[in-house]
Design a protein around this ligand. Structure first.
Ligand SMILES: NC(=O)c1ccc[n+]([C@@H]2O[C@H](COP(=O)([O-])OP(=O)(O)OC[C@H]3O[C@@H](n4cnc5c(N)ncnc54)[C@H](O)[C@@H]3O)[C@@H](O)[C@H]2O)c1
Ligand SMILES: O=C(O)C(=O)C[C@@H](O)[C@H](O)[C@H](O)COP(=O)(O)O
Ligand SMILES: [Zn+2]
Length: 363
């Protein structure tokens, strides 16, 4: 892809929601006014790490005549709390934010989850635009309209389905991302490879070192392929009545690990361990062949993602997994693979099989 080209990926338009586009390219801010539409006020929500970017966007919008405010959020998972949401509601209230005004979330997945949630709840729902600045935000969090915050009991337990009006993925933003965060986003890209698009796995396996950098030869292709996987799924099942659950591959254990680590682990790192666990669960349940299960370890390790977690934590993790959103009553449900790109649900696995699968990821 040349610097000038912009890829447009359509999303949604089902279940009463408006369709929107995910744009991937560079210098996309010129697209903002069309997305903002006739709003008078805009609020630019950004993390501390992107203070300059947030202020530059605010100034640019103010110079175009919008009443623009910037709301600075804590970095990373610390922003996904009810206290931070309340801080934003207060700022919107004091600015006189009405139903025709627009929230803009500029940052990683934590920022866009929080910004989308604030937009979903303010006046029972105002428009919002996502400007993801991490790989993970571009390929997953900003697309699909899942917004939310954490509670003391677990990850993303409060939220709403509230799709954005548009998503602008400016690849230049990735140049300032620490390598650890870039690699964390690869976990969701690899997830897309295992559940739907094995060409992703082949691209990474051919050049794992290149995959770790935005300068890598296939960076844009990996991002676009993953967005297409997500767009296809959420366009067919926005509110997760079935199909969308496949995007939760690896997440049942991952969310329990994140909570156990008080959200100091990056989401992608936890998803990496969670996918190895899910692969072992699939294998032990007689669904997944050995080669595909082993391929998880190989590709995740090749880019530097973790494969194991503390063995002594199983009872706590199991307890947390019970409030996973895929659970139904006392029934635990996991996404596993019947084969490469063949995701399916495993309901109520034998506790001994669960424990054995955890043994395979225990450090
Ligand atoms: N809604 C969804 O469908 C969905 C999907 C996947 C993940 N998520 C959520 O996304 C979150 C993880 O997102 P993430 O991995 O992007 O992490 P993040 O949002 O926590 O960002 C990681 C760190 O990078 C900083 N940062 C962001 N962009 C930067 C840039 N361009 N340059 C320098 N620093 C930058 C952030 O301030 C933060 O400190 C989790 O809360 C996860 O639950 C949501
Ligand atoms: O979009 C989805 O649906 C996903 O499951 C994508 C996940 O990568 C993402 O982490 C999501 O936030 C998890 O959703 P949750 O409903 O399990 O909180
Ligand atoms: Zn995720």
């Amino acid at each position: 892809m040349t610097d000038q080209s912009v890829t447009r990926i359509q999303v949604g338009g089902t279940e009463g929601s408006d369709p929107y586009e995910v744009l991937v390219g560079r210098q996309l801010l010129g697209e903002l006014p069309a997305l903002i539409g006739r709003a008078q006020r805009v609020a630019v929500l950004h993390p501390e790490a992107l203070a300059e970017t947030g202020e530059a966007i605010r100034e640019d919008l103010a110079s175009q005549g919008y009443e623009a405010i910037a709301i600075q959020l804590p970095n990373a998972e610390e922003s996904k709390t009810v206290e931070v949401a309340a801080y934003c509601w207060k700022a919107l209230g004091q600015t006189g934010f009405t139903r025709s005004d627009v929230v803009i979330g500029v940052g990683g997945g934590a920022t866009t989850d929080l910004a989308g949630f604030v937009a979903a709840t303010w006046l029972r729902g105002v428009r919002w635009i996502a400007l993801p600045t991490t790989v993970l935000g571009m390929v997953d969090a900003a697309v699909g309209g899942k917004t939310g915050i954490n509670t003391a009991e677990g990850k993303n337990l409060v939220g709403a389905f509230h799709p954005p009006a548009g998503v602008l993925c400016d690849l230049a933003a990735l140049d300032s991302l620490p390598v650890n965060d870039y690699v964390s986003g690869l976990a969701e890209i690899i997830k897309a490879g295992f559940i739907a698009d094995p060409a992703i796995l082949e691209l990474i396996e051919a050049d794992p070192e290149g995959a770790r950098s935005p300068a890598g030869q296939h960076a844009a292709e990996l991002i676009e392929r993953s967005i297409r996987v997500k767009a296809e799924v959420v366009s067919n099942d926005l509110k997760e009545s079935g199909l969308r659950e496949i995007l939760n591959y690896g997440h049942t254990l991952a969310h329990a690990i994140e909570k156990n680590e008080r959200y100091k682990w990056r989401h992608g790192a936890a998803v990496s361990v969670g996918m190895v666990f899910a692969a072992e669960l699939g294998r032990l349940a007689g669904r997944l062949d050995d080669a595909t299960a082993d391929r998880h370890r190989a590709v995740l390790e090749s880019v530097g993602l973790p494969l194991t977690y503390r063995g002594d934590q199983w009872p706590k993790l199991l307890e947390t997994m019970k409030v996973d959103k895929k659970s139904r009553g006392n029934l635990l449900r996991f996404i596993v693979l019947d084969g490469l790109a063949k995701p399916t649900v495993l309901e109520g696995p034998d506790p001994a099989v669960l424990l054995a699968a955890y043994g395979e990821v225990s450090a």
